[in-house]
Design a protein around this ligand. Structure first.
Ligand code: SF4
Length: 173
């Protein structure tokens, strides 16, 4: 029978100093860096932080965006603020900073907030600011994939871990 490494019980502290197992969207860890000044706290992922296995990254704040800020959405290769201002360059600056941290940390996988124009993986808002979604990745997810770092959304992480390690993935926490 296949045995899975339990990420909640692994000895991450025994890793070489400076190395992390997971790069994670900072908002999932309870850091209030979202455009509206809130977080997307996710208990099971925050549990990994206690094990010292996690590198928190927020490409948008790394790009110089304040908290709070106007929401942005990706449209093709560009990113726009809700008022129509093109912000692609600042997004790319933040992506470059976040990517260099992830590569230096030797994280082997990234768990990213779904739908975001930076962190979204597979599905993102479509650039119309109407709540509609389209297929695609955020710029940071795309850069990680291009650099060989596997990406999963927090929704997929919880779905998989919830099946294998349900005691750690009670979504009510
Ligand atoms: S850029 Fe990523 S980490 Fe930062 S608030 Fe948006 S989804 Fe969260």
């Amino acid at each position: 029978m296949t045995k899975f490494l339990n990420p909640f019980q692994a000895d991450w502290a025994g890793m070489h100093s400076g190395n992390c197992a997971f790069a994670v969207s900072a908002c999932l860890l309870g850091i209030a860096c979202r455009y509206d000044g809130r977080s997307n706290f996710c208990g099971p992922i925050a549990e990994l932080l206690k094990k010292g296995a996690v590198l928190p990254v927020c490409p948008e704040t790394f790009g110089g965006f304040p908290v709070p800020r106007l929401p942005c959405e990706r449209k093709g290769d560009e990113v726009y603020r809700r008022d129509g201002y093109r912000v692609t360059d600042a997004f790319q600056k933040g992506v470059a900073r976040a990517l260099s941290l992830v590569l230096a940390s030797h994280a082997s996988i990234a768990i990213l907030k779904s739908k975001s124009p930076s962190c979204g993986f597979g599905t993102i808002y479509d650039g119309s600011f109407t709540g509609h979604l389209c297929r695609g990745h955020g710029l940071f997810a795309e850069a990680l994939i291009a650099n060989g770092i596997p990406v999963m959304s927090e929704q997929v992480f919880i779905r998989i871990c919830g099946k294998i390690f349900p005691e750690h993935c009670d979504s009510s926490r």
